[in-house]
Design a protein around this ligand. Structure first.
Ligand code: GDP
Ligand code: IMO
Ligand code: MG
Length: 430
């Protein structure tokens, strides 16, 4: 298999960064295809922690090409800062190792202001966003008024684009009580940052197609998770992009036939940050225990993540919408020491049993989980690197998860460290 897509199968933070970093040893190119710096991907390599938002997780391994595709929304100032930070950790980033698609939309300061103003305005309408302007930038992309990387190269075009955006945004801002945007200051800061971004700009679609034809292996790194997908997620409590595997093609400019394996990253329990329905959420000692053992605090905002039991109904659903060929089951070690583990195998709604999450928001909010109980294990799985190191009940849990979601485990992760990973099936294998 040449090209692998990695996507989150729940509400994000499943451990995509760790798995992408681990898999990137086998890849030549690592490409982001959606989302922005709302993502927080954590890598731990020999005790050193790397936190990435916009940069692909392959950047840390030397000798790989990192790509930011057109499906991403990019904050140019954040990117420059992130590159500086990672350089400070000894990672090399050059125009030879990083490419940004010329048709990538730019997140500007007024996107973040709009995001935060809306979130602060009305508690009823609050999504619990990261406040980084992701949603407003995607709105501008679809509204055909966004400024793209290529626009930075020509001053006349840049002015035209800025004016088009300001007509819309100044009207919006007036309604929200925000001051008018200072056109000259915005243009000046865009002109200043332009060379810092343009040096990475490239026709990514062309480069990736050439790489693919030359037999290079491409690893596509998703952000967020399938339940935050703009179409298939728990709308409106979602991100603003398609987060499912199909987006890897449109978000970089390769054909869907170039995708050989889709790997879903699945946490052995469930977490979510922000508002929205969460049928298996726990607000008891078990939930606290998952949060504490799993260190469930958001990488981007530091918010406490909501925790709950594994929901097999949701993951079976996301395995279908992304066409998963296998999953990486992460954070199995966090379940060590529970007497009994619960897994959601269906929902009850108005006296009926459901085998999927309904689409209507009111129904999603009222679904109650039907649980199956499985025996826990008292032994430690932390740092296990082979099946033989796993207790029998942990293996039973993994096997039951596979059955319930109808998708095999390709990888298992047992700690934040890169090498504490068990390979079952190599997604890149022919
Ligand atoms: P991502 O957004 O999907 O890349 O995930 P995050 O990095 O936001 O959150 C996952 C957290 O779990 C990070 O702190 C990882 O270091 C950590 N992690 C990843 N895999 C494992 C694992 O198998 N066990 C434990 N205990 N932690 C893990
Ligand atoms: P990674 O890639 C978890 C959530 C936010 C909020 C909703 C919309 O680290 O898994 P946004 O700022 O995108 O408009 O917020 O989506 N969210 C994430 N939750 N992990 C993420 O990324 C997320 N990115 C966005 O908390 O509920
Ligand atoms: Mg994260």
């Amino acid at each position: 298999m040449a090209n692998v897509v990695v996507v989150g199968a729940q509400w994000g933070d499943e451990g995509k960064g760790k798995i992408v970093d681990w898999l990137s040893e086998r890849a030549d190119v690592v490409a982001r295809f959606q989302g922005g710096h709302n993502a927080g991907h954590t890598l731990v390599i020999d005790g050193t922690i790397y936190k990435l938002n916009a940069l692909p997780s392959g950047v840390v391994r030397g000798g790989k090409l990192s790509v930011i595709g057109n499906g991403v929304v990019l904050d140019p100032w954040h990117l420059v800062k992130e590159i500086e930070t990672i350089r400070g950790q000894g990672v090399e980033v050059t125009p030879e190792t990083l490419m940004v698609a010329e048709n990538t939309p730019l997140i500007l300061p007024f996107h973040g202001e709009l995001d935060r103003a809306r979130e602060g305005q009305n508690a009823m309408a609050k999504i619990g966003t990261t406040g980084r302007g992701i949603g407003p930038c995607y709105e501008d992309k679809v509204g055909r008024r966004v400024i793209r990387v290529a626009d930075l190269a020509d001053d006349a075009t840049l002015e035209l684009r800025v004016d088009r955006a300001l007509v819309h945004h100044n009207a919006l801002r007036a309604g929200l009580g925000l001051p008018e945007i200072d056109r000259d200051a915005l243009l000046a800061s865009l002109r200043e940052i332009a060379p810092e971004i343009l040096k990475y700009a490239a026709p990514v679609w062309k480069v990736l197609n050439e790489k693919r034809r030359a037999g290079n292996r491409i690893l596509f790194e998703g952000a967020q998770g399938a339940l935050l997908d703009i179409d298939f997620g728990t709308y409106p409590f979602v991100a603003s992009s398609n987060t499912i595997a199909g987006q890897a093609a449109t978000g970089t400019g390769i054909g869907p036939g170039s995708i050989d394996f889709v790997l879903g990253i699945v946490k052995a329990y469930t977490t979510r940050v922000g508002e929205g329905p969460f049928p298996t959420e726990l607000d008891d000692a078990d939930g606290e225990r998952l949060g504490t053992r799993g260190r469930e605090f958001g990488t981007v905002t530091g918010r406490k993540r909501r925790c709950g039991w594994f929901d097999a109904v949701l993951v079976r659903q996301t395995c279908a919408t992304s066409g998963m060929n296998g999953i990486a089951l992460t954070k199995l070690d966090v379940l060590d020491g529970f007497e009994t583990l619960k897994v959601c195998v269906g929902y009850e709604l108005d006296g009926e049993r459901l085998d999927h999450l309904p689409t209507a928001a009111d129904q999603q909010a009222r679904c109650t989980p039907v649980y199956e109980e499985l025996p826990g294990w008292q032994e430690s799985t932390e740092g296990a690197r082979s099946w033989a190191d796993l207790p029998a009940n942990a293996i039973k849990y993994v096997r039951r998860v596979e059955e319930l979601i109808d998708c095999p485990v390709a990888l298992l992760s047992t700690s934040p460290e890169r090498d504490d990973t068990i390979l079952v099936t190599d997604p890149f294998a022919d």
